[in-house]
Design a binder for this molecule. Structure first.
Ligand SMILES: [Zn+2]
Ligand SMILES: [Zn+2]
Length: 92
């Protein structure tokens, strides 16, 4: 079952309230957390078998896929350490 995370940077106040990650009834496709260096966002994107992950906003291929259990990540906007927290709720 998929879940939601939120991203929060105390330094520049960039935040993403609710990012869906994980997978539904089937193990693939898989919604993975990413950090995009081009448009400087944190988000999630669908990983297909054999497919290249792309930023869901700018479609850049040079995204960094983050493990689901990532709790600390450098803010894509200001580069300072920031937090990822699990939100309530789930999806299928
Ligand atoms: Zn920041
Ligand atoms: Zn991007």
């Amino acid at each position: 079952m998929g879940f939601f995370v939120g991203f929060n940077c105390d330094s520049c106040k960039y935040q993403e309230e609710s990012i869906g990650v994980g997978h539904g009834k089937n193990p693939t496709p898989y919604l993975a957390l990413f950090r995009c260096g081009r448009c400087k966002t944190i988000g999630s994107t669908w990983l297909q078998d054999g497919g290249v992950p792309r930023c869901s906003l700018c479609y850049d291929e040079a995204v960094t896929i983050l493990p689901d259990d990532t709790r600390r990540v450098d803010c894509p906007k200001c580069g300072k350490p920031a937090r990822i927290a699990v939100r309530e709720g789930s999806w299928e």
